[in-house]
Write a protein that binds this ligand. Structure first.
Ligand code: C5P
Length: 234
């Protein structure tokens, strides 16, 4: 049997997090004295197959990022090779910059938001498992519990979407390395809110696996309160 494919995790952590209304970039905001970045990396280190980490941070945050990476690695008592790169103006650009640090050995690349620090190990494993079975692009999704309507510029309802066909999309989003490199290599790269969006534009099939409510994304001050409660619950 051949050795399992090497997995690299890319963590876009270069967002300014303006919707949080704090004076530091979102990934560096703390919950119970742990930054979102350290918490996220700590989770990633629990995944045995991950052998390389690339973190994209805002300009001037490279040194600080090293401390947060070091803290997670000390806590996990595990060190893996890592790179810290400067992100871009959009999440898409931050991921593109990260891909320059890929190693030849990285066969699968999982892109995971620093803003989702509580992602369960099982979600990483489902994504990697689907890539192992030959899928080229894999995303975790959960059913939508609210009714979703589209509205016009006057905030009037245009129509109601069929909820049974809707899914909320999370990270980590997994890619065969050559597919991710290819979709990010285009010169007129359109900023998308997730990486699989670029695969869809390129006409590449995207598979789904079950995500988790625990992978909620921290965006607003209320999410930060939820994060504190979540950590204290354990
Ligand atoms: O802003 P949003 O919550 O959608 O960002 C998702 C993830 O993308 C966060 O972890 C954030 O730090 C990252 N990001 C980035 N570069 C940007 C914008 C967002 O790395 N320019």
């Amino acid at each position: 049997m051949s050795a399992p494919a090497n997995v690299c995790v890319v963590i876009p952590a270069a967002g300014l997090g303006e919707r949080l209304g704090l004076d530091q970039p979102k990934a560096f905001v703390s919950v119970n004295n742990w930054s979102l970045l350290s918490l996220t990396i700590r989770r990633v280190l629990d995944i045995a197959r991950v052998g390389h980490l690339i973190v994209a941070v805002p300009l001037d945050f490279k040194t600080e990022a090293l401390e947060h990476i070091d803290r997670a690695m000390r806590d996990a008592n595990k060190k893996i090779p890592f790179d810290v790169v400067v992100g871009g103006e959009t999440r898409t650009q931050s991921v593109k910059n990260s891909l320059l640090a890929l190693d030849q050995l990285d066969s699968f690349v999982l892109v995971h938001d620093a803003a989702r620090p509580f992602v369960p190990q099982s979600v990483f494993e489902s994504v990697i498992g689907k890539l192992d079975s030959g899928a080229k692009v894999v995303i975790p999704v959960i059913p939508v519990s609210d009714t979703i309507k589209t509205v016009n510029e006057k905030s009037e309802v245009v129509n109601t979407l069929d909820r049974t066909q809707l899914r909320a999309v999370q990270t980590p989003q997994g890619f065969a390395r050559e597919v991710l490199s290819e979709i990010y290599a285009t010169t007129d790269l359109k900023p998308t809110t997730d990486d699989a969006g670029l695969a869809e534009i390129a006409g590449i099939n995207v598979s789904t696996v079950a995500g988790s409510v625990e992978s909620f994304k921290i965006t607003t001050p209320f999410d930060l309160e939820m994060a504190t409660n979540f950590m204290n619950r354990k």
